[in-house]
Structures are given as C-alpha cells and as structure tokens.
Design a protein around this ligand. Structure first.
Ligand code: BGC
Length: 417
C-alpha cells in the first residue's frame, strides 16, 4: 500500500491521476491556523495535492496567528471524543498528546519511505513517540529574522541591514526621524514573545537562550543578561506605532510591504506574505538574521489523531506520504516562506533568504547554536510558555522595570513547573 501511495503521490504531483488513486486517498479533516494570504496559499497546495490523489479534504481552519485559538479548539474536540484526523501541531505538544494516548502512528509509511534517512535527527525525534512516527514535518521555519523595506531604509539614510542591536536601534531612530514607523508589530502575546526570544538570543547567545528558555534555569532567568534582554525589548517597544495593540502579524507585514514601516521582526512566514504580494525577497524586501549568530527553529508538522475506520486511516497514510514527498516539500515551502524539512530537496528554485536560512541552519548545527523556539511551542510545555508569554506581554504593555521583569519571569516559570 505504501509504495502505491508513493507512486500515486509522484504521479499526481506531476499532473497525472490514475483510476486506482481513488482507493488510496481516504478522508482527512485537517485542523490548522493557516488563514493569512501566504498561509492559505501554502495549505491550498496541500489540499490540492491530496485531492489529486482522490482524497477527500475537510478543511478546519481556526484563525489566529501562532495557533493559540487552534489549540483551544483542538482540546475541545478531543474532550468531546471527536478529534480531527490531522492537526498542525509542534514540539513538546506532540509528545503531550501522545502521552494522553490521543495519537495514531504512521510508522508503516515512515519505515517504508525511510524518513529517518532524510530528516535532520533533531526533527525526526520530535515527530516520534516511543520510536514510532506520529507526525510528519512539512517545513523548517526560522524565527530570528528582520525584514525590511529597502525604499524606507533608503529614505531614512540607513545603508545596511543591522547586525547588532545597537545598529538596529540606530537605524530605527533614523527611520523615526524620517517619519517612518521603525518597527511594524502586532501586540498579541505570541508576537511579543517572538520579539522577546529573538532578543534573548541576540543579547545572551545560544547557550544562554538554552539555559533560560529551554532548561528554565532560575539563575539564567534572573541574571543581568536577562535584565539586559528586557532593556532591549523596552527599546523595541519604543519603536512601535501607537496602534499596535491586537494587530494581526500579517497586517504588520503589510505595513513593511507598503513602506509605511521600515522593519518587522518575525519568522519567515512573513516571507510567505511578501511572496503572496508579488515581492521578491532579497530584492524588494530585505532579510537579515536578528543579531546573535544563532538559529531559532520552528517546524510545522501534521500530527495524526486517534481516528478509526478504513477511510480515515487511509487518509492519514496518504497525507503522511504526501507531506514527506520531495516534490510536495518543494511546492509547499516555496509558498510558505520556510525551507523543506527534508534534507535532500534542492533549493535551486528558492529565493536568497531561503538559501541563507539553509546555510545558517547548517552552520548553527555545526556551532551548537541551533535553539528551539519557545514562542512557537518547540521548547517548553504549553503551561510554561503561557506563563512566559503573560509576563512578557505585561512588561511590553506597562512601565515594569527590567529588573522586576526578570524576577517575575523566574517566579512565573517556577509556578508553572
Ligand atoms: C507557525 C507558522 C504560522 C505562524 C503564524 C507559527 O507558529 O509555525 O506556520 O504561519 O505561526 O500564524
């Protein structure tokens, strides 16, 4: 069956659908939060490819960047005994659901297609529970990016993308002086947390990031380095326009597209928006890693929930095989802004920012500077992430001192553990 799916996948992506595909397709209900322009385009590619295998796709989008609303909806569905077939899910969340006995495995497909040999080991282990694949990764997103409008920078006399926070702050001041909003931002807890973790990496480096936001070490959380990170976050707060509160991330991205704002600090799903707007990354929109010399990893995957019935099970197998097919990984990521999760997919058709992401990822692995995203659920349990986000957002929206923020952060983390 697996090899049939593989053949069908390749045939369908090449445009040919044969009659026997109908038996292999099955049905999937897919819960995801990809509702912005670039995201919808990318998930549309998955739907199209699945349907071309004669599968039935039931779309369950839950709007809300970062996926917090989707995760609440998922919990309600599982509690009601009616889980979706496949769910956009990540990191420790996969293990948490597996421990609850809520998942099916797709290990038959994974073994037959030798996923172990084409996935970075760090990613493969996130997808497995008790040695079996329960999820399939679609991409590698990088969180630590600065995006910029080159015309806005030019108008403000900023000659190069910043490589240190001091340079970022100086460039932002120039943008402000030129009447341009320095930093496009949407005031939602996950967006504040995205800024925060990039700053923690930039100020403290990868080892410090790991100690503080992965190991949750109390000494790191209350350290002078953490205080300095909050100081820089306070600077960023000052570069945001007065209407930032509650703004969706993609609306902030559009401010950069239009040149109304100079910079956005956001993962490369923002690139999916630039691409959907017809802009060429590296030319019409500039990209540079946030300072710090690391790589903050975020990978989307689809996790297979415990459903039964031949049609649903066939749907899960077809989807798993399709997601991991090299052609699909290329088509999907060209729209999503990320790079393929598979290591053997050519990046020739990808833009300069994607190529930089790949090169920096390889370098970060070699230098032990690859860190998992806390804001995007790759690092710590949801309960801990929730406490960190609440504190960061409270800091962002008040006059709280950096010293108090570090102390309260450590206390919040201790409470959640
Ligand atoms: C996901 C991305 C998504 C972004 C904004 C992130 O957590 O990994 O796929 O585009 O949230 O919704």
């Amino acid at each position: 069956m697996v090899s049939i799916i593989k053949t069908l996948t390749t045939a369908a992506l090449a445009g040919g659908i044969c009659a026997s595909a109908a038996q292999a397709g099955g049905t999937v209900e897919v819960l995801h939060w990809w509702t912005s322009g670039g995201e919808a385009k990318a998930v549309g590619e998955l739907k199209k490819a699945f349907e071309s295998l004669n599968g039935t796709w039931i779309d369950s989008p839950i709007a809300g960047g970062g996926g917090d609303a989707a995760m609440t909806a998922l919990r309600a569905r599982v509690v009601a005994g009616n889980p979706p077939t496949a769910v956009q899910l990540k990191g420790p969340g996969i293990q948490e659901w597996a421990l609850e006995g809520a998942l099916n495995d797709v290990d038959g497909v994974a073994t037959a297609e030798n996923w172990d040999s084409v996935l970075p080991p760090a990613l493969a282990s996130i997808m497995k529970f008790e040695g079996k694949y329960v999820a399939a990764p679609v991409n590698i997103h990088r969180v630590d990016w600065i995006w910029a409008n080159p015309d806005a920078l030019k108008k403000a006399g900023v000659e190069a993308m910043p490589t240190t926070w001091a340079e970022f702050n100086a460039a932002a001041e120039k943008l402000r002086a030129a009447g341009i909003i320095p930093l496009a931002h949407g005031g939602q807890p996950w967006q504040d947390a995205t800024l925060f973790e990039d700053v923690v990496l930039g100020v403290g480096g990868a080892d410090f990031y790991r100690k503080a936001l992965v190991e949750l070490d109390q000494a790191a959380l209350t350290s002078d380095t953490m205080v300095a990170a909050f100081d820089q976050l306070r600077m960023l707060r000052g570069f945001v326009d007065p209407n930032f509160s509650g703004r969706d991330w993609n609306l902030a991205t559009a401010m950069v597209s239009r040149g109304e704002a100079g910079f956005q600090i956001m993962g490369d799903w923002a690139k999916g928006e630039f691409l959907a707007a017809g802009l060429v990354p590296g030319v019409d929109i500039l990209c540079a890693p946030t300072p710090g010399g690391g790589f903050v990893l975020n990978s989307d995957s689809f996790t297979f929930f415990k459903v039964s019935g031949a049609d649903n099970l066939a749907g899960q197998q077809t989807l798993a095989s399709l997601i991991m097919s090299p052609d699909f990984q290329s088509v999907f990521n060209l729209a999503k802004g990320s790079i393929p999760a598979r290591t053997d997919v050519s990046l020739d058709a990808f833009d300069a920012c994607a190529k930089l992401s790949h090169d920096d990822l390889v370098a970060a692995i070699a230098n032990n500077a690859l860190v998992p995203s806390m804001a995007h659920e790759m690092a710590v349990p949801r309960s801990v992430r929730g406490e960190i986000m609440d504190l960061v957002t409270a800091f962002f929206n008040s006059g709280m001192s950096s010293q108090d923020a570090a102390k309260q952060l450590a206390a919040a983390v201790a409470r959640a553990q």
